[in-house]
Ligand binder design. Sequence first.
Ligand SMILES: Cc1cc2nc3c(=O)[nH]c(=O)nc-3n(C[C@H](O)[C@H](O)[C@H](O)COP(=O)(O)O)c2cc1C
Length: 313
Amino acid sequence: MFKNIKLMPAPMASLTDLPLREIYIKFGAKAVITEMISSEALHYGKPSDLLIKSLSQHDYSDANFILGAQIFGSDEKKMADAACFISQFPIDFIDINAGCPVKKVIRQHAGAYLIKDYEKFFSICKAVTDSTKLPVTVKMRIGFNSIATNITEICEKLENIGIAALFVHARTRDEWFSGRCHWDIVGNIKSAVKIPVFANGSIDSKEYSDEVIDSTSADGVMIGRAAAHSPWIFSSWQKEAFVIDRSFVSDVMIEHLRKAESIYQEYAAVKLRKQLMLYSRRFPNSKRFKISICNSSTIKETLEAIKRWKNAA
Ligand SMILES: Cc1cc2nc3c(=O)[nH]c(=O)nc-3n(C[C@H](O)[C@H](O)[C@H](O)COP(=O)(O)O)c2cc1C
């Protein structure tokens, strides 16, 4: 399934919803994953209407991509139920979150905690793979407080359980999102397993991605924050080169806003504040834009702020 895929946008809670995933696909991403979904709500068969929309409304007219749904939790039965429930949607694979570092998730013994409690991690992976016909992948860190000494054995075991691919954030839980990535560990994991391994962590250009793939032999890379502020990064792998100026970026902002409006209606203006500010990040004199976006609560006000930003020198 991941054979011809070299790069993927990383799942990001509150960002990689349907509109952003469609923007990623427009710029060339061939595989996208939802933000993490709690197994609790799915286990009780009560997903929100928004989640249902998010999973069922992808525009499949360009079917040249695969969609994964990421679930998190710490109870194998609930995770299996969640996987079973979510398999009825038009998704291509299920991803298990074993990387989230936030206290709220760790307290539930989910996310990156699973690397510490790896016997539980294996039981969850086994229960999930047994509950669905879809391929199951894992997005993981390489340790909790420090690099797990048995990280390659953990990955071998995941492969034996039937996990279809590994997305490896080359940091421990305690390293959160910054500092040097341990690419040597990703290289060790890649040598130990036959399933596809994707390297993740602070990759922000095709050049850096090539370097990481060279040094780790990973099958591909996963890009998180750099894709959130510059989704056109995926076009760097294509022949078509875009000029990334205010006019180009404001068109992307408007397209994103319209897509969000179709799901969240007027609330899209509030929901997209963070994302629109990320888009403007690399441009000088964007302070006024950020202030206007933070004060906009309607689509009309947001569109006006984008137009002013586009015309500002
Ligand atoms: C705001 C934010 C939300 C995130 N949400 C998720 C998530 O829902 N699931 C997940 O597996 N990882 C999540 N991550 C981690 C990213 O997928 C990725 O592993 C991490 O940001 C490192 O990649 P990067 O340096 O390219 O951003 C999140 C990261 C950020 C910054």
